[in-house]
Design a protein around this ligand. Structure first.
Ligand SMILES: C[S@@+](CC[C@H](N)C(=O)[O-])C[C@H]1O[C@@H](n2cnc3c(N)ncnc32)[C@H](O)[C@@H]1O
Length: 465
């Protein structure tokens, strides 16, 4: 691998977590896009590898990405790379000394860490690996506790735990720049959250969604199926003002049965505002209200910088909307109108998604993003099933497998033009934009699959809706 030859065109090495593999590329690309930077992988880029080398970045960009990413663990300024230690040595000796010198001066302190991926290396062997790097011209003093500069030797032993090679496939050496935000997954875990429900979104995925949506400070973010507000929690952490709606009165008002094991009823102050308060972002809370996402309640304007949501799939939660059979069979001026009490009728998944895309086309600002989950029956899935809209460009489509036969896909779209009356009519007639009706049978397919296999296979404790 060629290393850079001036401090202005350095390469950076990202060490990524090996979970949520399918979401990593879209996250890093979105965070780069937030900074107006393209994704420029170095030669031999492998998406599933824990190590990515990127070109075309400045150190500030790397810091910016690492203040947001929950997929990246750490980032380094890459000084050398090889498939063997002697290749690494040649690469490091070839690295411009003016790039290193400033971090190796006499009055500086430093430490070298050794990190091995997919192999445990004993303490003594780690020390030997560090000693073997004596060819690097360090002039400073070693300080293990609080050094000014941290360097890291990273060895990659592949991704197959059942087939660990004796020698690493790749070895990197670089200067540590920053760690990512993996800690948010623990600090915001729903296990310790004040207000939760049966379908509260996992903290890591909520932050990933906010990143895919490019949510930034002072944005206005809306979740039309807000539930307990997990997505609002993540977006408010990144400095966005947040609001949401839900058809369920109890959820919005924090009343009714508790989802906690040892608690029958929700306690006072178990609500979305309290969740934001728990994480110190209450000032970003605008409001939430009871409303049916299928009904137009917003004024006709582009209001939101991002729409992020997790619609009901009809598994743990019913997919309902307000209305009754009377809506279909009786004319509006019917005698029933005066005494009408809203009841509910089925809200088919295909309608949920086409309403969501239409709503987003009308209410996102230009360039604003829609991020949502689409449940799919895996044996039948093909990309053509992903709903499209002429005003929204598909940015990414990432799969989270739930079981052998079901998964959900995180869809990210960006608004590229304003909807126009004529175009809307044309779009209704265009088969590319007509909703895939197969989504409506997701519930039946989900349960038919369940009967065919053991429940142990199911990986959906918190995600069946
Ligand atoms: C999967 S949950 C959302 C969970 C949420 N992300 C959280 O972290 O708690 C879907 C939510 O959609 C709501 N819902 C169902 N039908 C709706 C409709 N027609 N309009 C608005 N909300 C609806 C349900 O009450 C439920 O709270």
């Amino acid at each position: 691998m060629a290393t850079s030859n001036s401090r202005s065109c350095l390469q950076y090495l990202f060490h990524l977590a090996q979970d949520n593999l399918d979401f990593r590329l879209a996250e890093i690309k979105a965070l780069l896009a937030l900074r107006g930077k393209p994704f420029l992988p170095c030669e031999n880029f492998k998406e599933k590898s824990p190590f990515w080398c990127l070109d075309g970045l400045a150190e500030d960009d790397v810091h910016g990405i690492m203040t947001r990413s929950v997929c990246a663990k750490s980032a380094f300024e890459l000084w050398g790379h090889g498939r063997t230690h002697s290749e690494l040595r040649a690469s490091l000796l070839n690295y411009p000394s003016e790039n290193m010198r400033v971090f190796m001066q006499k009055d500086s302190t430093y430490r070298i860490n050794v990190y091995t991926f997919n192999k445990t290396v004993e303490f003594g062997d780690r020390i030997k690996k560090i000693d073997a790097m004596e060819y690097l011209p360090f002039e400073g003093t070693v300080n293990l506790k609080s050094p000014q500069h941290i360097f890291c030797l990273l060895e990659d032993y592949g991704t197959d735990p059942n087939n660990i090679p004796e020698h690493p496939d790749n070895i990197f050496f670089g200067r540590w720049i920053a760690d990512g935000q993996r800690e948010l997954i623990r600090s915001h875990s729903v296990k310790n959250r004040h207000f939760i429900g049966n379908t509260s979104m996992d903290a890591g995925l909520s932050f990933i969604m906010a990143n895919h949506a490019k949510v930034k400070e002072n944005d206005l973010v809306f979740d039309p199926f807000v539930g307990t507000g997990s997505l609002l929690v993540a977006c408010s952490h990144f400095g966005a003002y947040v609001c949401g709606t839900d058809i369920d009165y109890n959820t919005i008002h924090g009343k009714g049965r508790s989802s906690r094991k040892n608690q029958k009823w929700r306690g006072p102050d178990e609500n979305i505002r309290a969740n934001l308060r728990q994480y110190g972002t209450e000032k970003m809370y605008l409001d939430v209200m009871v409303s049916d996402a299928s009904k137009p309640v917003w004024r006709e304007a582009a209001l939101f910088d991002a729409i992020i949501t997790d619609p009901p799939y009809g598994i743990r939660e019913s997919t309902r909307r307000t209305g009754s059979h009377r809506d279909i069979t009786k004319p509006a001026e019917s005698i029933y109108v005066e005494s009408h009490v809203p009841v509910s009728q089925a809200y088919h998944l295909s309608d949920i998604f086409s309403d969501l895309l239409n709503f987003s086309a009308h209410h996102l600002v230009m360039g604003g993003r829609l991020v949502y989950w689409l449940p799919v029956y895996r044996p039948e899935y093909c990309d053509e099933m992903v709903p499209l809209h002429p005003c929204l460009r598909l940015i990414s489509n990432c799969e989270q497998t739930l079981s052998s036969h079901t998964s959900r896909r995180l869809i990210t779209m960006e608004k590229i033009k304003e909807p126009e009356e004529l175009e809307i009519l044309a779009h209704l007639a265009d088969p590319r934009f007509s909703p895939y009706q197969g989504h409506n049978a997701f519930r039946e397919k989900y349960f038919s699959g369940l009967n065919k296999r053991s429940c142990k296979e199911d990986n959906t404790s918190n995600v069946n809706k």
